[in-house]
Design a protein around this ligand. Sequence first.
Ligand code: FES
Length: 83
Amino acid sequence: MEGARDTGVPGIEADCGGACACSSCHVDVAQDWLERLTPPQPGEADMLDFACSPDPARSRLSCQIRVTPALDGLVVHLPERQI
Ligand code: FES
């Protein structure tokens, strides 16, 4: 989320600033990358219920994705709208 926000990627609103309290940073992770991410914690999964049309298999809150070198090239897709 911070990387997208800081580089001006449109569609990542991040209203709560990364506190896992708004779901306006919702993204859908490309299928090929799903196994490389740690699973969502319960709080993230609960907050995704408030996202716009979340995909239970691929949706994540981008503020909860800890970026590491192993995620270099991570592909995510933005929903049509947030919340
Ligand atoms: S920025 Fe609010 S939940 Fe991610």
